[in-house]
Each structure stands twice: as structure tokens, then as C-alpha cells.
Ligand binder design. Structure first.
Ligand SMILES: Nc1ncnc2c1ncn2[C@@H]1O[C@H](COP(=O)(O)OP(=O)(O)OP(=O)(O)O)[C@@H](O)[C@H]1O
Length: 265
């Protein structure tokens, strides 16, 4: 049975090296003032590193613990810099954490960066062929993949031009078409899937739904609360690196929306 179990996971990023006392003082004071208005907070907590007084670090995750079981569709919400993407990257194995316990049963696939693994000097078609080669696909399967991605991304003549010539929306079309091919047991998704023009978004939603249905566990981060209400059975509300609330979708999103409404614009 697929599951994710986290116990006391913390992660900090060093953001300032050096012994300039005034700069450190200013930075920490400003960080403190943005933290005091709880729901209006931005970013993780800043502190002087425990190991070195010359390093200021931002605590992106602080003692995060939860268990996600098979069948759960979990949404991550929270202010900018609350730690949602960092948490997703920890689950995807992109960031390693020294402390705590991370126990994941089941293969994961992360839809985090639409251009991940793309060679921008190669054409869209060549990138697909390279992907098929890396995955050890048969000639027939590789051809099917190429046709599927070409049809879905709908890039016309641009499919045979180098990716460096694509607009950001065109890169998303190609990256999205390719990234949504695997059928993992645990699907991790950042909100970039909302990118692209309206016509593409409708098509993308239908393709994503197929992928989400096939997954045993979904963890998705998004500021689009209507999407989360539609897709998720449970919401984890992050605030400055910590879990503020974890529970059924409507309970948490109602509380979150009420808190956001109280925050001064
Ligand atoms: N690579 C990095 N180096 C330094 N600090 C980072 C890095 N990645 C994230 N952070 C910091 O960690 C904190 C959490 O960032 P994260 O990207 O996880 O937030 P988020 O909740 O996904 O925000 P948003 O909704 O704006 O995407 C922020 O304060 C951010 O500045």
C-alpha cells in the first residue's frame, strides 16, 4: 500500500554569509516584523544558524509531521514562502533533510518543473526521442510517445524547431505533454500546471485528471482554491514552515479563506 510518513522534518537554507553585524541585524528585524502579523506573513522564519554566527538562514520547514495513506488527495496551501514547494521537493527526493524521518512506499513522479530534463538546443521532437531512449522504450513505444506528445502539445511547425526558440507557454505545452506520460503510484504536483492559455488549460485539465485518477496518492500545491476543493480530500495549511491546520478539505479551506479575508491588503 502506498504511503508517505514524515516525522519532524526540518529544512533550512543559508541566505547570508558574512559577519556584517548591521546587515544581519536589519535582516532579522525586518523578517521578525513580517512574521508578527501571522496570516500576513511572507517566507520562512529567519535566524542565525545554530552552527555559525556568520550565517543567517531561512527555516523553510520546521518539524513537519504527517502521514498520507493510499487513496488520499492532499492539497498544500499557505502564503508565499510558507514552505509548500520545499515540502513537495523533499517528498520528491530533490532536497535531502538531515533530521527527522521520511518514509515513502511507492514510486513518486513530480510535476514540478515543466522544462526538467529538456535540452533547449534540441527540437521538441528530438527531446521526446531522447526521453524515450533514456527510458529504454522500444521503437514502437517511442513512436507512439512522439505522436502522443506532438498531438497533445499542438505546437505545429515549432515541434521541429529548437526548444530555445519557444515562448514560456510553448515550453510548458511540451514539458506538460511529456511529464504527464508516466503513471506513478504517488503523484506530486506544483501549480505550474495552471500555466498556458485557456484552451490549453482545458485540455491539460482533462489529461491531468486521467493521471490523478490512476495515482494512489496525490499531493498538489496551488493557490487555486477551487481546484483544490474539486480535487482534494484533505488540505495541509502551511504557515512559515509549520503546519497550521491539517484536515478535511472544506474545513481547512473555509478556515484558510476566513483568515486570508482578515489579513489587511
Ligand atoms: N533554494 C532556496 N534558497 C534559499 N531559500 C529558499 C530556497 N527555496 C526556498 N527558499 C525559501 O524557503 C521559504 C519557503 O519557500 P517555498 O518556495 O517552499 O514557498 P512556497 O510556499 O512554495 O511559496 P509560493 O507560494 O510563493 O510558491 C521561503 O522563505 C524561500 O525564500
Amino acid at each position: 500500500m502506498a504511503h508517505i510518513r514524515l516525522e519532524d522534518i526540518s529544512l533550512s537554507f543559508p541566505v547570508l554569509h558574512g559577519n556584517s553585524r548591521s546587515l544581519k541585524k536589519t535582516l532579522l528585524a525586518r523578517a521578525k516584523s513580517t512574521m508578527t502579523a501571522k496570516t500576513g506573513a511572507v517566507g520562512g522564519r529567519m535566524r542565525v544558524s545554530g552552527n555559525s554566527t556568520d550565517v543567517v538562514e531561512v527555516q523553510a520547514l520546521i518539524n513537519v509531521s504527517f502521514t498520507i495513506s493510499e487513496g488520499e488527495r492532499v492539497g498544500l496551501v499557505g502564503h508565499n514562502g510558507a514552505g509548500k514547494s520545499t515540502l513537495l521537493r523533499v517528498l520528491a527526493g530533490i532536497y535531502e533533510t538531515g533530521e527527522g524521518l521520511l518514509d515513502i512506499e511507492g514510486d513518486t513522479h513530480a510535476l514540478i518543473d515543466p522544462s526538467a530534463g529538456m535540452n533547449r538546443e534540441l527540437t521538441g521532437r528530438e527531446n521526446i526521442q531522447l526521453f524515450a531512449c533514456r527510458m529504454g522504450m522500444s521503437r514502437m513505444a517511442a513512436l507512439e510517445l512522439e505522436q502522443d506528445v506532438e498531438t497533445f502539445s499542438d505546437l505545429g511547425a515549432f515541434f521541429d524547431l529548437p526548444v530555445r526558440l519557444y515562448s514560456s507557454g510553448m515550453s510548458v505545452r511540451l514539458g506538460f505533454a511529456l511529464a504527464t506520460v508516466p503513471r506513478p503510484r504517488i503523484l506530486l504536483m506544483d501549480e505550474w500546471f495552471m500555466a498556458g492559455d485557456q484552451k490549453f488549460q482545458d485540455k491539460a485539465k482533462a489529461r491531468l485528471e486521467g493521471m490523478v485518477d490512476a495515482a494512489e496518492i496525490l499531493v498538489v500545491t496551488s493557490h487555486a482554491l477551487t481546484v483544490l476543493r474539486e480535487w482534494c480530500t484533505r488540505i495541509i495549511w502551511m504557515e512559515s514552515g509549520e503546519i497550521r491546520m491539517d484536515g478535511p478539505t472544506d474545513d481547512v479551506l473555509d478556515a484558510y479563506e476566513a483568515a486570508v479575508a482578515l489579513t489587511p491588503a
